[in-house]
Design a protein around this ligand. Structure first.
Ligand code: 2P0
Length: 326
């Protein structure tokens, strides 16, 4: 009987963002990125290669996906089959422990967990660096979700040189995030297509790549110094520049809703009142607030003027990937 491997990977939020590929096939990014892995949001995925199956069978939160819906997963499994020499279809069961449709980077934890579970189930014994490279082929942000704490993904120039590694784990100082989970509207454009449009059409793209280098250097120093204000300030500026790229694409797009702007303003106001808090935003409407644990209560109370308590989820730095075999 073929073995079943289950992997658990946590999501990560980029503080210096990945936004654009220089090689879409190898998934090589235009610039490096730095993230914080979170404890609260994770994906658990089990994989069994089974010769009895006719094709890959993928269950997502207990729902069997149609082949068209699981195409990206099957393409990723083809890569694992090709590298391991296996030919059998796979049974994949994946559960997302992320609030429903919160849009909190589920492809990051999803492809990290799939890379770990499928490669081990196929008999490959990859170290964390090799797993990071493999996860990258599924989704860029998954490269970083192999690791816990603060993580840097080195852009690299080929398959071998593009991988993530830990900058700091465990995180032994007080930094947390509050995810402001906003009502999801239909995503205007996927991350993959959005970043491709930006690279192709934004006249500001070269400036983004250039300033990303400076942001990476400054962010590494801020993390080493355990300096919340510096981490938050660099992250906030970097996030807004990423969203400015989207506004400068042709045709322009953005991921903001009216609630997004309300949350941004609330964070800015709290800061003006002396609370050390900052925001970052990804390819969706949600706002993530970067703050110290001892300020989460006051921030949540202030935000409850606009949002329900269940829309405000506090997360701490989280761990790297874990695997079990049965
Ligand atoms: C990041 N994001 O660094 C950036 C910031 C969203 C905004 O990586 O095409 O799902 O699969 O590599 O990783 C989201 O894009 O895109 C993302 P693909 P991915 O976290």
């Amino acid at each position: 009987m073929a073995k079943t491997v289950t992997a658990k990977a946590h999501t990560n939020i980029a503080l210096v963002k990945y936004w654009g590929k220089k090689d879409a096939q190898l998934m090589l990014p235009q610039n490096g990125s730095i993230s914080l892995t979170l404890d609260h949001f994770y994906t658990e995925t089990s994989v069994t290669f089974d010769t009895q199956l006719n094709h890959d069978q993928v269950y997502f939160n207990d729902q069997l996906l149609q082949p068209a819906q699981s195409q990206r997963i099957s393409r990723f499994l083809d890569l694992v089959r090709q590298r391991s020499g296996l030919h059998a279809p796979a049974a994949v069961k994946t559960t997302n422990h992320v609030p429903t449709s919160a849009g909190l980077a589920s492809s990051a934890s999803g492809f990290a967990a799939l890379a770990a579970a499928s490669s081990r189930a196929a008999g490959m014994d990859l170290d964390a660096t090799a797993l990071s490279r493999l996860a990258r082929r599924g989704s860029g942000s998954a490269t970083r979700s192999i690791f816990g704490g603060f993580v840097e993904w080195h852009a690299g120039h080929d398959d071998q040189s593009s991988f993530a590694e830990v900058i700091q784990d465990p995180v032994d100082w007080d930094i947390q995030m509050i995810a402001v989970v906003l009502k999801a509207t239909k995503k205007p454009i996927s991350s993959t297509d959005g970043m491709a449009r930006v690279v192709a059409t934004s006249p500001y793209y070269p400036a983004w790549v250039e300033t990303a280098e400076t942001d990476l250097t400054r962010m590494r120093a801020a993390i080493a110094a355990k300096d919340l204000a510096a981490v938050g300030t660099i992250a906030e500026t970097n996030a807004m520049r990423m969203h400015a790229l989207n506004l400068s694409a042709a045709p322009a797009f953005n991921y903001f809703t009216a609630d997004t702007l309300t949350a941004i303003q609330a964070v800015t106001d709290l800061r003006a009142h002396g609370i050390n808090c900052y925001y970052t935003l990804d390819a969706g409407p949600n706002v993530k607030i970067i703050c110290a644990g001892h300020d989460t209560t006051v921030i949540k109370t202030a935000l409850q003027q606009y949002f329900a308590p269940e829309q405000l989820i506090v997360a701490k730095p989280g761990p790297g990937i874990t695997m079990t075999e049965a």
